[in-house]
Ligand binder design. Sequence first.
Ligand code: ADP
Length: 485
Amino acid sequence: MKILMVTSEAVPYAKTGGLADAVSALSIALEKLGHDVRIIMPRYYRIDRSKLEHIPGPMGVHPGYQEIWTGVYTTKLPGSTIPVYFIDHEHSFGRDGIYGVPGETDFNDNPQRFSLLGHAAFQLCRKIQWYPDIMHCHDWAAALPAILLKCTHRQGEFARTASVFTIHNIGYQGVYGKHLYPYTGLGWDQFYSAGFEDWDRMNFLKAALVCADKLTTVSPTYAKEVQRPEFGFRMDGILRYRSADLFGILNGVDTTIWNPETDTYIPQKYSVKTLEKKKKNKAELQKKMGLKIDPDVPVFGIITRLADQKGVSELFGPAYGSAFKMCSDIHMQMVVLGSGEKWCEDELVSLNRSLPNFSAYIGYDEGLSHLIEAGSDFFLMPSRYEPCGLNQMYSLLYGTLPIVRKTGGLADTVENYDEKTGAGTGFVLENLTPQSIYDTVGWATYAWYNKKEHIQKMQERGMKQQFGWEVSAKKYEDVYKSIQT
Ligand code: ADP
């Protein structure tokens, strides 16, 4: 099958979250199944043109009112022969940030920018004379091709092209003033019929949920949760209506990058058979983060976007967050890597100053994220909602016991500890409150000091889990096949 992935992010080129990991890893797994997969994304300012190949000639794209002249660059996705096509348009994408200036508001011309990407997907196919069976669109920024196919574009060379829309995070919908709607290139009649209309504004994600041939999201539990008002971010009604077309497929882990036996970022490689070597990474982490080097104190790691979704208010909220109390009362160390909301970054700076057993690094650091996974004893991820979540899976594979809230992909991947039998792969909390985080961390610490054999068995169980993309890629293949004409 010919599959075009349309996306605003893909590793190693541009990433704000798990979407970027998922698109590239899924593409590689599908290629291994014998499919002709290609990726289209914007060329943001930071993607160095000199390392790409230029496809000669300008490419005219016609979203909305005007014709826009773009360039197309290409390269192969590392570890594969998958062509990645970058749409080059200085005015739209030649800036820092993918959706907005990091930590600030979204760019107000996002509807223009991502409408350009959507229309460019069709123009690119014409330019390279390659017409996909499936256009697989990821999240709101890449929603438009699925909408265009349903409304206007399923004709000529695209007559047999079907669309799949994957929800990586329903909290981000691309909602803008409707005066920007004409940039989509669609008529006002479609504003309602395609599902864009959202309380008199325009909503890209909502239209994709209405128009795409099939919908997927990134874990089975999240597929059920988004059909409920608490998790659906107002889209639960549409998703209940489309439930027969909605599939939950768990993201995999790219084990060429996330594998403690081969990880090039960590000072000491280890496996389930040499788990004691993990201690060296712990010492290195403690040293790097300026904490006391002590093998006998449990280290709790956190790597996260500092966004409300991740439970950061309950952890770090001024005065009521649990981190201060945990680090004050419990004999533990806490290491945090994250960036995001300003109030939270400020709070982390203040906790850094006041707690000797707390250390936060504010920023994005791939190497440190690997060291935290390898060097921590526990990994804390008390998300309010979590479509799939990657770090709890990395943690399992690195023998770092995850402490998670029972939601979405976290519920699908972590089995709660049973202190009677020693069963489980981590610690699960039901309700998201500062107190429940405190209690669960206390429980884990108690087990760490008093139930060493249970802890080790859980680590071993986690490290033996299989989270490869092969299984998930086959499930996507089934979805694609179900809409082949
Ligand atoms: P989300 O996509 O909601 O942010 P996921 O758990 O699906 O959450 O994916 C987050 C990815 O981003 C993981 O690979 C995680 O390690 C990485 N990540 C998040 N914040 C940082 C950071 N500050 N530095 C390095 N990696 C980070």
